[in-house]
Ligand binder design. Structure first.
Ligand SMILES: [Ca+2]
Length: 259
């Protein structure tokens, strides 16, 4: 049942508690809100933003953290590609499809909003999307692509290989002096390749607000993304090898974690 059908069924529901006068009143073109318990259908400009967490706390890109092996590290890059967003109602009913929109979620940009487009509905249950870009866009010429897919910092440089779906980089305290500086070892992991395309989902569970704007926060739990990786002893990677596969699996888990 789609939203319009659901709204209609709510309007058509027998209302035995109402007086004859109230029932006559409900025959107007605009449903009487007092008599009709259905949620109002509203139109909003829907956006997504990244909510970077570390467990129950906000993750600070400018702070030093420790990996699970006790190595202090400081990230300078945390970026991933998201695309193919779909707004879903309850029961997996598709409300809107934003298949032309790609987003670079960037830890360095705070919770920047990425506009998906218009949504007309009563409530939003979840946003489904993919981590990465579909093969047709992945192997297109980035010089001809619409932003943000013209951003060569997220591209391998080869149309055969395509975009970095995820890039995590920084420095790890390799000399164990307790501070991170230019003398410390750098690490960089770029996850590239169609094999790494992953589904993701953010639960929303909200009625559409008044005011015409709804931004869905996509929680990314860095504690999950960085779980059980040794940033000192894992050599840097580019491609779709086992380390990259694990990064994408953890990214998927980091997003699906409920908060
Ligand atoms: Ca150091």
């Amino acid at each position: 049942m789609n939203v319009i059908q659901r709204t209609l069924s709510a309007v058509m529901r027998p209302l035995p508690m109402l007086s004859a006068t109230a029932m006559l009143g409900s025959c107007s073109h605009v449903p009487d809100e007092a008599a009709v318990p259905a949620l109002p259908v509203r139109t909003v400009q829907l956006s997504m933003a990244m909510d970077l967490r570390y467990g129950g706390h906000v993750y600070d890109m400018n702070s030093v953290y420790e990996d699970d092996y006790g190595h202090a590290f400081l990230l300078d890059t945390l970026r991933f590609l998201a695309s193919g967003a779909q707004a879903m109602a309850d029961d997996d009913v598709l409300l809107a499809d934003y298949s032309t929109v790609s987003m670079i979620m960037d830890g360095g940009e705070g919770n920047r909003e990425h506009l998906l487009g218009e949504l007309t509905a009563a409530s939003l249950h979840e946003i489904a999307f993919i981590l990465g870009v579909a093969p047709d866009a992945n192997h297109a010429d980035p010089a001809l692509a619409q932003p943000p897919l013209n951003d060569m910092s997220m591209h391998s440089g080869s149309m055969d290989e395509g975009y970095s779906f995820l890039h995590v980089a920084g420095r790890v305290d390799s000399n164990s002096d307790g501070i991170i500086d230019g003398s410390d070892q750098r690490f960089s992991h770029r996850c590239i390749g169609d094999l790494l395309l992953c589904p993701a989902m953010t639960a929303v569970h909200t009625d559409l607000p008044e005011g015409g704007v709804l931004t869905v926060q996509v929680p990314v739990d860095m504690e999950v993304l960085l779980a059980d990786i040794d940033l000192l002893n894992t050599p840097s990677t580019t491609g779709s090898g086992p380390v990259n596969w694990d990064w994408m699996q953890r990214l998927m888990g980091a997003i699906e974690e409920e908060h």
